[in-house]
Design a protein around this ligand. Structure first.
Ligand code: SAH
Length: 468
């Protein structure tokens, strides 16, 4: 069937599990077979396109029996867009496989003893939960086979998401269910306006074209921020911005940036306000956060409150406690727990995020939170501990690759009574915790679902110093 002679077909393969990176698995002649775009419980004919010593990679050719765990995907882009790989699975099963992901990582990678994992906290919203989406303009959008067959009819411009593994191919998005209708309207109207006026879309290979990116963010307080990224200054700039200003008066922060670099990162670029405010205002409990256009803020804001409440409850902070918040980002966890503590010491290596954190501390009249800019592996020295005090509690929330071994070693040296480890990757979390279980005990594990329709799972773990 396939072009490659090496390819072969497995008939009646039963899909039994959903594994790492959201890819499903079955078993054939003792080997694991990885298959995308299927659901556990499906029985399929699969075409193996990669043979490795321990596993096969396959694609579904035909689904013979549809799993009862299936759901009809809501999105017209499902299967092509890399965004929501689990839209074809009912939400209750998504939760079940996320819970299992934590269990599997703790048992297989961690191999440490741990009590029963608490049931994962579901997200109230399973669609339209994201408060930030970034789109890319392209003058060569990805085309379906049907479009390629009718070449004369299509417009090559696209505004949407990069396809997985293809840096220059953008899937034109008509409706993304991860955010609200108005945000979809903004994207579609902007694209139609640009096409109608022949405004050039960017080409990622030749680096020509004007329109590069569209970023839409909103906040729980009702703010709506739109940022258009242009490749250079041009007469079209004010034409586009005025169009959005008039058509969408609900935009509270209309902004733009000029990016003439080869990459899309906005971190080192000045974002200008065209109309309205230069930030969003977010709220968590009684705290307000000013969020600058480039600043990180948890993308599922409603669920972030549950995550932080879990972390705060497990931290069990007493008024005399010194708390460290490692990898603090814009300081939201630090500020969320500050009222309970004697003081909070927080570290983050993005300087602008720390500026935001300090400003938000002032805004909320919090004067016992101290923020430091630095790489955790370098800043977290004996001298740093001597200056800031011995922590009673450490809250740590590292990026996907987990904590640097030197950071773990330093935690083991200073031995806080409690560690609350918040992670977006249970595999690296399990690896790091395994390094600590000679003197710490896993007391509580609480997964939280921040990203419905994807395989991603957030996990909070409480470690307590063993009695010596
Ligand atoms: N706790 C925050 C952010 C967590 S994301 C929140 O809930 O919003 C992880 C953070 O770690 C990011 O802000 C990232 O910039 C920061 N980071 C990544 N590597 C780091 C390092 N080596 N040293 C310090 N901070 C780092």
């Amino acid at each position: 069937m396939g072009k490659n002679k090496q390819n072969f077909i497995i008939e009646d393969l039963e899909i039994t599990d959903a594994g790492a990176e959201g890819i499903c698995v079955g078993k054939y002649e003792g080997k694991v077979v990885f298959v995308s775009n299927v659901v556990p419980g499906d029985i399929i004919d699969a075409e193996v396109y990669k043979k490795k010593h321990a596993y096969y990679m396959a694609r579904p050719l035909q689904i013979k029996v549809y799993s009862p765990q299936r759901e009809t995907p809501k999105c017209e882009h499902f299967g092509i867009c890399g965004g929501c790989k689990w839209q074809n699975m009912q939400y209750c099963y998504q939760l079940q496989y996320k819970q299992k992901q934590v269990f599997d990582n703790f048992s297989r990678i961690g191999k440490f003893p741990f009590p029963d994992i608490l049931p994962i906290l579901p997200s109230d919203k399973i669609y339209a939960y994201r408060n930030k989406i970034e789109y890319t303009f392209s003058d060569k959008r990805w085309l379906s086979f049907e479009e390629m067959d009718h070449k004369e009819d299509f417009n090559p411009n696209g505004l949407g998401f990069h396809l997985p593994g293809m840096f220059d191919k953008v899937l034109d998005i008509h409706y993304c269910h991860l955010h609200e209708t108005v945000e979809n309207d903004i994207r579609n109207s902007l694209k139609a306006f640009a096409v109608k006026n022949n405004i050039p879309f960017y080409n990622a290979r030749s680096h020509e074209g004007l329109l590069r990116n569209l970023i839409i963010r909103h906040s729980v307080c009702g703010d709506l921020m739109v940022i258009i990224v242009f490749a250079y200054k041009d007469k079209y700039l004010s034409m586009i911005m005025d169009f959005l200003k008039v058509k969408f008066p609900q935009i509270t922060a209309l902004m733009y940036a000029i990016n003439d670099k080869l990459n899309d990162s906005l971190n080192d670029i000045c974002v200008q306000t065209y109309h309205g405010k230069d930030h969003l205002t977010e709220q968590m409990e009684d705290l307000f956060f000013k969020v600058a256009p480039q600043a990180f803020y948890q993308t599922n804001a409603q669920q972030a409150i549950k995550l932080y409440q879990t972390a705060r409850q497990l931290a069990n902070i007493q008024p005399k406690h010194i708390v460290y918040d490692l990898y603090t980002g814009t300081g939201t966890i630090a500020l969320f727990v500050a009222k309970q503590a004697q003081k909070v010491v927080a570290v983050e290596y993005v300087a602008s995020a720390v500026e935001n954190a300090k400003e938000n501390a002032r805004l909320n009249h919090i004067d016992n939170a101290y923020f430091y800019v630095g790489d955790m592996a370098k800043i977290f020295t004996d001298e740093f501990i001597r200056q800031n005090g011995q922590p009673d509690v450490i809250i740590t929330d590292p990026p996907r690759n987990g904590m640097h071994p030197d950071v773990v070693a330093q935690i083991l040296k200073i031995k806080p009574q409690r560690i609350v480890y918040v992670s977006c990757n249970p595999a690296t979390q399990a690896r790091d915790i395994a390094l600590m279980t000679n003197i710490y005990q896993v007391k509580v594990t609480q997964p939280v679902d921040m990203f419905p329709q994807t395989h991603h799972v957030e996990n909070v773990c409480l470690l307590e110093l063993k009695e010596s």
